[in-house]
Write a protein that binds this ligand. Structure first.
Ligand code: AMP
Length: 493
């Protein structure tokens, strides 16, 4: 399918062409026709799938066909300033031949221009709920002519507690309107929201729910908590990690990593809520144009970051929620490009890791960077029996962090029933760009656990694998979809 068959306005088609897109992405192909036909729509699509254009292009087309209309006609609600800023950027890019004005409304910057934009009836408003509601309550906005409402990343808006604000905003909008809701996941709450705000919506779902972008090679790195910063430095010795987005749990943690990397001569910037809007924009711009190699971010600030060419996402702290993992790694591998996601895991992440692997139906390959032996994690609380076993490895653990990486077998389906025990026994392909830097120990589920230096098995408990079998041929490296999933893991989340 090509863009020319979708029925977009000529000026928009031209802009799309100039942007360099050749074909619509699946969410665009599926969503644009019903939106053009005036239908409400619930779009379930992962981040990075092209969903912004999926709603922007048809809305712009419809707006062009109503030249006489006045006032604000389109309102897009988004959870974060960064996402709102990016949507506006896209709207302007796709609408550059149309002369339709647009404005962003969010906190952290002066409100005067935003009030002016609302008062003058700017046709397209992209807003974060908090600031918008504030200005609406002060009588600055007139949405009586509104025809199109988009709730983007609705799941995240709910997570962030915006539901009451959203309800108040929507209550003040005309009932006769077209409403589009986009979410990475389809939870019960999202279904309720759709029922409340949308009318007979078409539902378009791209990809499996809760499944990370298929274009991202994923690997987990077991590491002692205190050694995470050193491991990050080690990984960054690899020049293939050219554009790296690092996620930390806390703002202070982010600042600490920035200071450390800067000391080591690695250009790094931070993106989190303690930074002013200007600092955040500068950090993003520097990251985009290559002035900094590493951007360290917290979840909320990084939401919606749309930067092409991110080579690696590093989860320095493993995210507690599956959705956050999906969103984080979706920052790389965007629009079909290949990307890499490396997640550091400690004993504390056991439950979150298990939840993720259950939800995605994948067991991620483990990588053991040499010198960062997870045997070091033994003080994080393994059973006494294991403590005994590991005694002999202390010399190994204290090796200097030089040399390559070990990679463990990627399938944790140890003792899996369904015939997966016959995995090839080939080392999994290393998921990082520097393949020669890894050593694989082969799949975990082969051979008795008393063999070899890793015989005590992973620190992180893996989900049980009853009811499905591993894919054949050792092709599991980097968490590819396993085609033979059955049973519990194949259920939808
Ligand atoms: P989104 O999911 O809207 O954040 O888009 C993810 C990325 O895909 C952005 O960098 C877009 O510029 C890009 N993109 C959107 N549509 C297309 C397309 N049809 N072909 C190639 N890239 C696209």
């Amino acid at each position: 399918m090509s863009f020319s068959t979708l029925g977009l306005a000529p000026g928009i088609q031209q802009a799309v062409q100039e942007t360099g897109y050749t074909d619509p992405t699946p969410i665009q192909a599926a969503a644009i026709p019903p939106i053009l036909a005036g239908r409400d729509l619930t779009g379930i699509a992962q981040t990075g799938t092209g969903k912004t254009a999926a709603f922007t292009l048809p809305i712009l087309t419809r707006m062009v066909s109503e030249p006489a209309a006045r006032g604000t006609r389109t309102l897009v609600l988004a959870p974060t300033r960064e996402l709102a800023a990016q949507i506006i950027e896209n709207v302007r890019e796709y609408g550059k031949h149309l002369g339709i004005r647009s404005a962003a409304i969010f906190g952290g910057v002066g409100e005067k221009p935003q009030i002016d934009a609302l008062r003058s009836g700017t046709p397209i408003i992209v807003a974060c709920p908090g600031r918008l509601l504030d200005l609406m309550n002060r009588g600055c906005a007139d949405f009586s002519n509104l025809k199109y409402l988009v709730l983007d990343e609705a799941d995240r808006m709910l997570d962030m507690g915006f539901l009451p604000d959203i309800r108040r905003i929507v209550a003040k909008l005309p009932r006769e309107r077209q409403t589009l809701l986009f979410s990475a996941t389809l939870s019960r709450e999202i279904e309720t929201l759709s029922r409340d705000f949308l009318r007979d919506p078409e539902t378009v779902e791209i990809g499996k729910r809760s499944n990370p972008a298929a274009t991202v090679q994923q690997v987990f790195c077991e590491v002692q908590k205190a050694r995470k910063p050193a491991l990050l430095s080690r990984l960054l010795e690899d020049p293939a990690m050219s554009m790296v987005l690092v996620f930390t749990r806390t703002k202070h943690g982010a600042d600490r990593i920035v200071r450390q990397l800067e000391r080591e001569g690695i250009r790094t910037a931070a993106l989190h809520a303690n930074r002013s809007q200007n600092q955040r924009q500068r950090a993003l711009a520097d990251f985009k144009n290559g002035a900094v190699r590493v951007l360290v971010a917290t979840d909320i600030a990084a939401r919606g970051i749309d930067v092409d060419g991110i080579s690696h996402v590093v989860n320095l702290d493993f995210p507690p929620q599956v959705e956050d993992y999906v969103h984080r790694i979706g920052r790389t591998g965007r629009a079909e490009a290949a990307g890499h996601a490396i997640s550091f895991i400690t004993g504390e992440d056991r439950d979150a890791v298990r939840a993720l692997e259950r939800a995605t139906g994948k067991v991620m390959p483990r990588m053991l960077p040499e010198g960062f032996d997870p045997g070091d994690t033994r003080e994080e609380g393994p059973p006494p029996a294991q403590r005994q076993q590991r005694g002999g490895r202390s010399g190994q653990a204290s090796r200097p962090p030089r040399g390559g990486y070990d990679q463990r077998g990627s399938q944790g389906g140890r003792g899996g029933s369904g015939g997966g025990g016959g995995r090839s026994g080939q080392p999994s392909r290393a998921p990082s760009p520097r393949n020669e830097g890894y050593r694989s120990e082969g799949p975990r589920n082969e051979g008795p656990r008393s063999e070899g230096p890793r015989s005590e098995g992973p620190r992180t408990e893996m989900p049980r694998s009853e009811g499905f079998r591993s894919s054949e041929g050792g092709g599991s490296g980097a968490g590819e979809e396993r085609p033979t999933l059955r049973g519990r893991r194949s259920r939808r989340f």
